[in-house]
Write a protein that binds this ligand. Structure first.
Ligand code: FPP
Length: 237
């Protein structure tokens, strides 16, 4: 993954979204939290289409973090069931969009049947080239760096460790760093998402809860990004 100072594109090549606010969306309507996650899932289906139309090449979403296992078991199980439902029923539609599904995160703790489904979805869509749709599930930025370091050690790498050597052992080494990271629902933090890769990402925060994030909200985020000057530590032009 790399950033390129010479390449100041107006449309992000890689858009990343922290899907936040499903719980608050549901609470506001007097609904159980899981209904918020369901609404969030529907929104995601719509967003893949819109993101592709904007000419974005990589779209990653933070759907379940390495810390989310501490949520009540019923919510965790509900989320795993939603992921299963999504793969079972939506992969063909994603493929028809020309999108390749990729999962990013640790495989441990994940239910084995879901891991199998994830593998199947990746295989089924692996030849699509319009959009890489990256679902970060059981993902943590710190875990990714640690896993990469341990993989280097296992490979017998005898150092010194370089950025490139480390990157080659990340979960998706070919994916460029996120140009724009959007977080919905008002919190102003990264929460362990793309920790290393976000070094020069632009950030956009909105108070809109994820299930309410629509085309206008996406366009507002992209318009804001288009006006940014990215310097990657260099001088302004
Ligand atoms: C954060 O909102 C959201 C999550 C932890 C889950 C996101 C998952 C989905 C949108 C379903 C996606 C499905 C697939 C297949 C990727 P929160 O629960 O933290 O909301 P709150 O902060 O308002 O409580």
């Amino acid at each position: 993954m790399s950033g390129n100072a010479a390449e100041n594109r107006r449309v992000p090549r890689h858009l990343a979204i922290i899907l936040d606010g499903n719980g608050r969306w549901a609470k506001r309507r007097g609904l159980p939290r899981l209904m918020g996650h369901r609404a969030g899932l529907r929104k995601l289906e719509e967003m893949v289409h819109l993101v592709k139309r904007e000419g974005i090449r990589y779209f990653s979403v933070y759907a379940f973090s390495t810390e989310n296992w501490t949520r009540p078991p019923m919510e965790v199980e509900g989320l795993m069931s939603l992921f299963r439902y999504y793969i079972r029923h939506k992969v063909e539609a994603i493929k028809a969009e020309g999108a390749r599904i990729r999962f990013c995160g640790r495989k441990d703790k994940m239910p084995p049947d879901l891991l199998e489904q994830m593998h199947w979805a990746e295989e089924r869509t692996k030849d699509e080239t319009t959009l890489d749709f990256i679902l970060c599930i059981n993902y943590g930025g710190r875990a990714e760096v640690l896993d990469a370091m341990n993989a280097l050690i296992k490979d017998g790498y005898d150092g010194p460790v370089t950025e490139e050597a480390l990157r080659q052992h990340f979960y998706l080494p070919d994916v460029p760093d996120p140009d724009l990271i959007v977080r919905t629902s008002g919190e102003l933090r990264l929460s362990n998402f793309w920790l290393w890769e976000a070094a020069y990402s632009e950030f956009y925060f909105t108070d809109i809860h994820w299930p309410d994030f629509d085309e206008a909200a996406l366009k507002a985020a992209l318009a804001d990004y288009a006006g940014r000057e990215r310097r990657y530590g260099g001088l302004s032009s």
